[in-house]
Design a binder for this molecule. Sequence first.
Ligand SMILES: NC(=O)c1ccc[n+]([C@@H]2O[C@H](COP(=O)([O-])OP(=O)(O)OC[C@H]3O[C@@H](n4cnc5c(N)ncnc54)[C@H](O)[C@@H]3O)[C@@H](O)[C@H]2O)c1
Length: 352
Amino acid sequence: MGRKSIYIDFFSQEDLIKAGCFNLKMAVSVTKKALVDNQQGKVLFPDKIVQIFDKETQSRINCLPATLLNEKICGMKWVSVFPQNPVKFGKQNLTAVILLSEIETGFPIAVMDGTLCSNMRVGAVGAVAAEYLAKEDSETIGFIGAGEQARMHLLAMKSVRPALKICKVASKFEAEEEKFIYDMSKVIPDMEFKKCSTNLADAIIDSDIIVTATSAQAPLLKAEWIKEGVFYSHIGGWEDEYAVAKKASKIVCDEWNAVKHRTQTLSRMYRDKELSDTDIYADLHELVMNKKPGRENDKEFIYFNAVGLSYIDISIAYEMYKTVSGKSYGVKLQMQDDMIFNKDDLLKHIKI
Ligand SMILES: NC(=O)c1ccc[n+]([C@@H]2O[C@H](COP(=O)([O-])OP(=O)(O)OC[C@H]3O[C@@H](n4cnc5c(N)ncnc54)[C@H](O)[C@@H]3O)[C@@H](O)[C@H]2O)c1
């Protein structure tokens, strides 16, 4: 009988990027397929496990499992959100790790960076929504928040709305706006960037697509700043006054049932009885599966809120795994050389 070894591949964020996984078109198409697969019963999607360490800042670590039945892959995203990190430690807010197992033997196959995948998923879900809900000729995008999600959202939106040519950004600190513009103008050199010097209204007024991606828990976005025909992607927690959703012609969620018991503005409105189930126009899969029309005219102001569906993260992560594995990237780690009681030197080390 041969040894019963188990190996796991480890892929860093740099491995994934060098292998070509930082591909938003891939993430958008995987997101659409995942939404359909879930509706067709090809996904196991248990509840996430949430551990919140600070109610005020919402510092938390979540465990999000999902299984892709056709692909025979079970995965988990382990994700930390520590909103104080940028100001307190000069470090990122969100950090994630992905674990993938195959479900023939149940053995783990890979541990990989999940921050890239998680941020790409947020962007890709927003981009799928924009494909159905943003005006085709949207030219100006305005951001409140200039952090990691805002950056990824800009790339994702540009991939589905290539006519975008002006990007306005407002944040809590001017230096952050400057860094956002410095970083993003290298990636999208033909875009005109405008720093709003912490004036949030400036980023929103006259924009065709608006995005709030902040770590604030406050009603920053005002309804009166929003013009007709706008598509709004809400990413953070409580970021807009209730009048924003009340003004919307349509409210669409990645999945309303997942959104309604959380801490976003829509969830707060639901809890405060300012919004009910019938106010929600659709879940994203209904647009992708042509069950409901998306934007129907240039006047609609459409509000989109995604809370995150882990089977999409696992779908993107598995696509990344297929891209990166079998090449010269990563490290193969031996988790087990042989089964516990088959080891030759066990007697030297065992204590009873
Ligand atoms: N919906 C989802 O699926 C999803 C997924 C991941 C993260 N998030 C959320 O997205 C948000 C942003 O995450 P991130 O990784 O980009 O964080 P980040 O720390 O990188 O960026 C946060 C940004 O918010 C800005 N901000 C904070 N308070 C502000 C205020 N009062 N006025 C204006 N700007 C303010 C900061 O200056 C910063 O630019 C977080 O709330 C996070 O929990 C949502």
